[in-house]
Structures are given as structure tokens and as C-alpha cells.
Ligand binder design. Structure first.
Ligand code: ARG
Length: 229
């Protein structure tokens, strides 16, 4: 989206991987939209930043932040102890978790136990990829983006996908993912945060702005726009 014209506002370069409905999506005309995009714009408006989104593959995001090439990242990024060793996270802004997805006609994968020894597709560098590694004898295929690993599932190359439940369910419920269902309960409880480098001077402003949009109704508006609660 176009940077707002707020003279003197600090330019904040924000990385995002727009392959993750409904959090960050790229429309046919190249424009970005989604829950995270609206939230980041609201945070920027409150904190007095001008946002410039930079599209980046999810897998490279953390190292790009560390290298100081962008100021922040919003991308449905789960706050994990491992990631906290190298980058900083804002306060959580969304409760999430992983789920198993299979082809609609699959009857024999009902739960985590039935994934042992199966072929599983995940997004490179994601919490779903980390989780898949813990399943005994699983054969894991990695992909750069959500649409690719679901295509692999539909093609019959893998038995299941492990990915973020909200994103998967949203795509199924909105007709963007046909022939796929989610089985069993959430595998994990996760929280999304906005990431910056460890030494970022902007984290306090970002956290204050999150508090503001949570208390002034803006967060709720954005939530209802995307999730029609
Ligand atoms: N929540 C997961 C993680 O942090 C996946 C996020 C994927 N986001 C994206 N924009 N592709 O690893």
C-alpha cells in the first residue's frame, strides 16, 4: 500500500510474506491487504510512522531483520523461545495454533498419532516445519508458501499439511481451498507478534501503539472486518 503522506514521519520498512490469507495477501494489482496489513497501518498511524511494506519470503525474514535491512516484520510470525534468541517481538496481537489438513476424502488420518511415517508438507522456516520434525519417521516436503504446499496435498504427493489453523480454515471457508479439510484439535497454542531486530529503537512505540489500538476499538474493527466474528 502507498505510504501515507505524514510529513516528518519516520519511515518504517516492514517485511511481509503475502501468501497467508487473511493476514497478508497480494491482490492481482500487486496491492497488499489483510489483517496484518490493516493492523500495521493502524499501529503506524498511532505511532506516527509511515509504513513501507517489503515483500519477502517467510524463510528469510528473521535474518533480514537481524541484518537491519528492514525495521520490522509482520507476517503471522509466531513468538517462539528459539526466535527470541535472535530477534525481538512485540506483545502478542493474535492467538493462533497449528492444525493438520488432509484431502477431504481421507479417512485414515484422524489425529497426530496417525501422522507417524506419513508424507507431510510444510512451509520452510515455519513453526509447522518445526512441529513436523517431531513426528516419528515423517517424510517432510518443504515449500516457500502456503498455496504451494496445499497444491502438493491436492496433487496427492503428500498425505497431510501442518500449518496455521486460522489461515487454513479461512481459506477453506472462503472457497480458496477446495477439497481439503482440517482434522483433530489444534496441535499447538501460539501467539503472533511483530518482530524487530534486538536493537530496534522502535519496539516501545510499536508496543504502545498496539495497546492504543486494542483499547480504542481499532483492533476490534480490523478483527471483525477479516473474521466477521
Ligand atoms: N505462524 C507460523 C510461523 O511463525 C507461520 C507464519 C507464516 N506466515 C506467512 N506470512 N507466510 O512460523
Amino acid at each position: 500500500s502507498r505510504p501515507s503522506t505524514n510529513p516528518g514521519a519516520k519511515l518504517l520498512k516492514v517485511a511481509t510474506d503475502p501468501t497467508f490469507v487473511p493476514f497478508e495477501i497480494q491482490k492481482a494489482d500487486g496491492k497488499l491487504e489483510g489483517f496484518d496489513i490493516d493492523l500495521m497501518n493502524a499501529i503506524a498511524a498511532s505511532a506516527g510512522f509511515t509504513v513501507q511494506f517489503e515483500k519477502l519470503p517467510f524463510d528469510g525474514m528473521i535474518s533480514t531483520l537481524q541484518a537491519g535491512k528492514v525495521d520490522a516484520a509482520i507476517s503471522g510470525i509466531t513468538i517462539t523461545p528459539e526466535r527470541l534468541k535472535t530477534i525481538s517481538f512485540s506483545r502478542p496481537y493474535f492467538k493462533a495454533g497449528l492444525a493438520i489438513a488432509v484431502r477431504e476424502n481421507n479417512q485414515d488420518i484422524q489425529n497426530l498419532n496417525s501422522l507417524k511415517g506419513r508424507k507431510i508438507a510444510v512451509q520452510i522456516g515455519s513453526t509447522g516445519a518445526d512441529f513436523a520434525k517431531t513426528i516419528p519417521n515423517a517424510k517432510i516436503s518443504t515449500f516457500n508458501s502456503g498455496p504451494e504446499f496445499f497444491q502438493d496435498l491436492l496433487n496427492g504427493n503428500v498425505d497431510a499439511v501442518i500449518g496455521d489453523a486460522f489461515a487454513t480454515l479461512y481459506a477453506i471457508n472462503n472457497g480458496q481451498l477446495k477439497g481439503i479439510k482440517v482434522v483433530a484439535d489444534l496441535l499447538t497454542e501460539e501467539y503472533y507478534g511483530i518482530a524487530t531486530s534486538k536493537s530496534s529503537p522502535h519496539m516501545d512505540a510499536i508496543n504502545n501503539a498496539i495497546a492504543t489500538v486494542l483499547s480504542n476499538g481499532t483492533y476490534k474493527q480490523i478483527y471483525q472486518k477479516w473474521f466477521k466474528a
